[in-house]
Design a protein around this ligand. Structure first.
Ligand code: MG
Length: 181
């Protein structure tokens, strides 16, 4: 069933560098589920660049554990995560709950209230996280041009959801303005 509420991100940022991680920690969050493709790097890049590695270190130094959660295959996700020391979940099948259930198992005894998720897609990251009861932050996708056909299909659905959000939740829609800055 199409529940528009499940497509609403908690907040919208331009990039992962714009999020106030200290504030999230102060609010009791301890785990960050991070999407990889087009949230952190484009499909063309297999490893995190220096700027990302510095960000991950800063986040981990605050006290967070990062878990990469991706619908991509094991080799892709493992190669990306290797230099970070963070755990990962591959073939997560977002927006289905399989990957989120694995994440919840990994972080025990912490629960969903201690987790936030960051991603670039309404149809996978936002929908999946909301269904799992996890606060989700949306960033602008890095490189839409290199996306695979199924992701492009998702973008079409996403535009549909966005038009609905614009009508029913104009205050949420306004958060997307940071993407145009
Ligand atoms: Mg993505």
């Amino acid at each position: 069933m199409f529940k528009l509420k499940n497509f609403l991100p908690k907040d919208v940022y331009k990039t992962v560098f714009d999020i106030d991680y200290n504030k999230l920690y102060e609010a009791g969050k301890r785990i960050i589920l991070m999407d990889i493709d087009n949230t952190l790097v484009s499909y063309a890049e297999s490893e995190p660049n220096e700027r990302l590695l510095a960000l991950f270190k800063r986040i981990q130094d605050i006290g967070f554990a990062i878990i990469f959660i991706s619908n991509n295959h094991k080799k892709r996700v493992e190669t990306f995560a290797r230099a970070t020391g963070a755990r990962y979940i591959e073939n997560a099948m977002k927006p289905f709950q399989r990957g989120y259930r694995r994440a919840l198992k990994l972080v025990r005894p912490l629960g969903r209230e201690a987790i936030i998720s960051i991603g670039d897609q309404l149809i996978t990251d936002v929908l999946g996280s909301n269904r799992a009861g996890i606060d989700v932050y949306l960033v602008k996708p890095l490189a839409v041009r290199t996306e695979k056909w199924y992701t492009r299909l998702n973008r079409k659905l996403e535009n549909y959801a966005l038009r609905k959000i614009k009508k029913r939740y104009p205050e949420v829609y306004r958060k997307f303005e940071v993407w145009d800055e």
